[in-house]
Design a protein around this ligand. Structure first.
Ligand code: MEV
Length: 327
């Protein structure tokens, strides 16, 4: 049996459809070039060890029978509950050492928790020779995320597993990889960390007060996602940008936009972007813009001028990958 494995998975950026996708609507998501890399080693000890320096977890150890029990530090939750779920499902209880390393900051909202969850499950399935399809990995990783945060569509897990650019419906009801070229996406980080569950709850509150308005907004966002998909396939980026701007209007209705993101979005549009919007939960994290090549630098400069941080990304990145396997 192999004893040690290294797995990587990409981060993600939501293109269109955030929040509505939590409520049975579709979204468009792209996998980014920055990856999460997870090493897993089977140990003779009866302990679970985790080193995750990017989320400030170091020297974390507990006996394997306690995995998933007691107080778990925030940065350890996803890897630990992924192990618990995999071990329970396959009736395994070995000592393990897991080390995670991220090529992107966990502050960006690129989905570091989901990517590490997916890597742990894939790594364990390879080490223990448990045959799991991509959909099986998606399902167990999605269960893990729901066990921890109770809410979420699973779009970030799908991006980590499948890679590429996906047309995705809540819970993996549909996961379609689009055959498109890389997108000239410009990404600006707001410098503010957003908490997804807090923002989902904020929208849920709004929905209690204005049920019809919010439901109608989700329906309009769904339409925009479908239109945007056809523009992406036709490579009509100008129209795609226009649809991004319309989606941003509905995110304003949902109440998840903030001043800083707005400044960056308008700076991008003023500098010649076809379209710009927030990406993800809102309340912080990143905004994205699509611009013609000759306007790219001006858009980046505009974002920086209003205090945003430019983050270089490649879109359409490869999904889950076994980096190395040692006996
Ligand atoms: C967060 O990045 C995107 C949301 O739609 C949540 C989700 O889909 O899980 C707000």
């Amino acid at each position: 049996m192999s004893k040690k494995i290294r797995i990587s998975a990409p981060g993600k950026l939501m293109l269109l459809g955030e929040h509505a996708v939590v409520y049975n609507r579709p979204c468009l998501v792209t996998a980014v070039g920055q990856r999460m890399v997870v090493a897993i080693e089977i140990k003779d000890s009866h302990t679970f060890e985790l080193e995750a320096p990017d989320v400030k977890v170091s020297g974390y150890t507990k006996v394997i029978s306690d995995v998933g029990k007691g107080e778990i530090p925030k940065g350890a939750k996803f890897a630990e509950i992924a192990v618990k779920n995999f071990f329970e499902k396959n009736k395994i209880r070995d000592g393990l050492k897991i080390t995670t390393r991220s090529e992107f900051s966990s502050q960006f909202g690129f989905g570091s928790s989901s990517a590490s969850t997916v890597c742990v499950i894939k790594g364990l399935s390879e080490l223990y020779k448990v045959n799991m399809s991509n959909k099986d990995i998606f399902d167990l990783a999605y269960k893990t995320v729901l066990d921890i945060q109770g809410k979420g569509s699973g779009f970030d897990i799908a991006a980590a597993v499948y890679g590429g650019t996906l047309h995705f419906v809540t819970g993996g009801k549909k996961i379609e990889k689009l055959s498109i070229n890389k997108l000239p996406l410009i990404v600006g980080y707001s410098g503010l960390k957003a908490d997804t569950v807090t923002l989902i709850n904020k929208v849920a509150e709004k929905s209690k007060k204005y049920p019809e308005v919010i439901e109608n907004s989700y329906n309009q966002i769904k339409k925009l996602v479908e239109i945007a998909k056809t523009y992406l396939i036709k490579e009509d980026l100008q129209s795609f940008g226009e649809v991004m701007n319309m989606n941003q209007g509905f995110l304003e209705v949902l109440g998840v936009n903030i001043n800083k993101l707005s400044s960056m979005i308008y700076a991008a549009r003023d500098a010649g972007a076809y379209g710009a919007k927030l990406s993800g939960a809102g309340g912080g994290d990143c905004m994205i813009a699509i611009a013609p090549e000759d306007k790219k630098q001006a858009v980046i400069d505009g974002i920086i001028q209003v205090g945003g941080q430019y983050v270089q990304v490649e879109t359409n990145a490869e999904g889950l990958k076994v980096e190395s396997l040692k006996k």
